[in-house]
Design a protein around this ligand. Structure first.
Ligand code: AMP
Length: 428
């Protein structure tokens, strides 16, 4: 099979790395790719926002399956245009991607299907939103109702911060001005991510993970796209996985099919594990970044088979096999990220990959023999080991070999799971 993978992050390097291991793969292209995808595939200068250009390339190269990595092309409806040209596509339609693209849409579906989530109100004007915030009091969560690169959410503990967030949303701080806000009650508990494949009807559970959104150690500093992750998430017991499937995922898939917009692709549920059980915080209509990096290191099945079955409505009968070990990834980012940072800084030689440790590239570019940083999140050092603590140590040993003075990373990825492991040992 010939495959065209859309995207250029660490998630896409991880997907390309895994797809390249499939016996059924003939040729893999990545558009536009990065300095890591070029090691396992051919990078092509096709602009993902130019849907006609993507389709023309796919027709010319006899692509059998287009796989969409990031959220922007999914929400822009690239899958619809690829499918309209008669080419199979892994990625939801524009209508189904509203699960990620519009928080108001997802909240309305939760109401309709009685899916557990935070109580909310949606406002499309500032004055009633401010009045609601003042009536409700804090803590309260203010969300811009649209794609905001993970930056459109404010968990406000003071009224001033809540009012400020509402005004920012309507002033266009996170996206188009004049948009709407969703205002929610605060949920308390531990967060976890859960990934499933869905072909419109059949659901194939993948795995659980936990990520680290804040830039600095101790979960301090600004929110980022994600500074590290590990899988599985020990907090997600079998019972919680079963409840999540029954109470959250299955009704979502039923509700989307009933609306005539079946969900086809990977569905990524951000969950809060509250005292009353799992509640949906948000959906993403694509794989997580950096969660995909840990999922791919653990996945033992053929990714190509799974993505093709999802895209063609034939998931029934498929299963995914996973390493019982823990995978953990540490993101090396350019100093300054998520604020302004320098591009083009030189990265020294990377340690060789092994079956248990892979360096996935995010924002890198090759400049002759030299590897250079070309983005905020740059490298994802990913390791597989029997425990979270060992996987972390393994990843850190690789980082110690990388000479990149312009980078930084968190030293505490996996701290919740590692303290659980320590407590479990003490209990024995
Ligand atoms: P979202 O973009 O909706 O996933 O929100 C980003 C982050 O904000 C989540 O990962 C949570 O840490 C936090 N968050 C969002 N909604 C809530 C809520 N209702 N209660 C507590 N924390 C929340």
């Amino acid at each position: 099979m010939n495959i065209l993978l859309i995207g250029s992050g660490g998630r896409e390097h991880a997907l390309a790395w895994k797809l390249s291991q499939s016996a059924r793969l003939t040729k893999l292209f990545v558009a536009p790719g990065n300095g890591g995808t070029s090691l396992v595939a051919e990078n092509v200068a096709v602009d993902p926002t130019d849907h006609a250009g993507v389709v023309a390339f796919a027709q010319r190269e006899r692509i059998d399956l287009v796989v969409i990595g990031p959220d922007a092309p999914v929400v822009a409806g690239l899958a619809d245009d690829v499918r309209a040209a008669g080419i199979a596509c892994f990625g939801p339609s524009k209508a189904a991607a509203q699960l990620e693209g519009s928080k108001g849409f997802t909240k309305a579906l939760c109401d309709e299907m009685q899916i557990p989530t935070a109580t909310y109100r949606r406002f499309d004007a500032e004055a009633p939103a401010l009045a609601y915030v003042r009536r409700h009091g804090v803590p309260i969560v203010i969300k811009y109702d649209g794609l905001a690169l993970g930056k459109g959410v404010t968990v406000a503990t003071t009224l001033a911060a809540a009012e400020h967030a509402v005004r920012d949303c309507f002033a266009g701080a996170f996206g188009a001005s004049g948009a709407a806000v969703v205002i929610e009650d605060l949920l308390e508990g531990e967060e976890a991510s859960f990934f499933v494949l869905c072909d419109g009807e059949t659901i194939l559970p993948l795995a659980t993970a936990q990520d680290h959104k804040r830039a600095f150690d101790g979960d301090m500093g600004p929110n980022t796209g994600g500074m590290g992750a590990y899988s599985p998430a020990p907090v997600m017991t079998d019972d919680l996985v079963a409840r999540t499937l029954r109470e959250i995922i299955a009704p979502t898939v039923r509700g989307m099919a009933a609306r005539g917009t079946p969900y086809q692709g990977v569905l990524y549920a951000g969950l809060m594990l509250t005292r009353d059980g799992p509640k949906l915080i948000e959906y993403n209509a694509r794989f997580g970044d950096p969660e995909t990096q840990v999922l791919m290191l653990r996945l033992q099945s053929d990714l190509l088979e799974l993505l093709e079955a999802t895209a063609t409505g034939k998931l029934a009968g498929h299963a995914a096999a996973w390493s019982p070990d823990v995978a953990l990834t540490i993101v090396m980012a350019a100093k300054g990220y998520p604020g302004p940072y320098e591009r083009g800084t030189e990265i020294g030689a990377l340690p060789d990959d092994t079956p248990h440790r892979v360096t996935f590239h995010a924002g890198t570019v090759r400049d002759g023999e030299t590897l250079r940083a070309n983005g905020g999140r740059v490298l994802n050092i990913t390791a597989l080991a029997p425990s979270v603590a060992e996987a972390k140590a393994h990843a850190e040993a690789a980082i110690a070999q990388i000479a990149w003075p312009d980078g930084f990373w968190r030293h505490d990825i996996g701290w919740r799971a590692i303290s659980r492991e320590r407590n479990a040992r003490l209990d024995r």
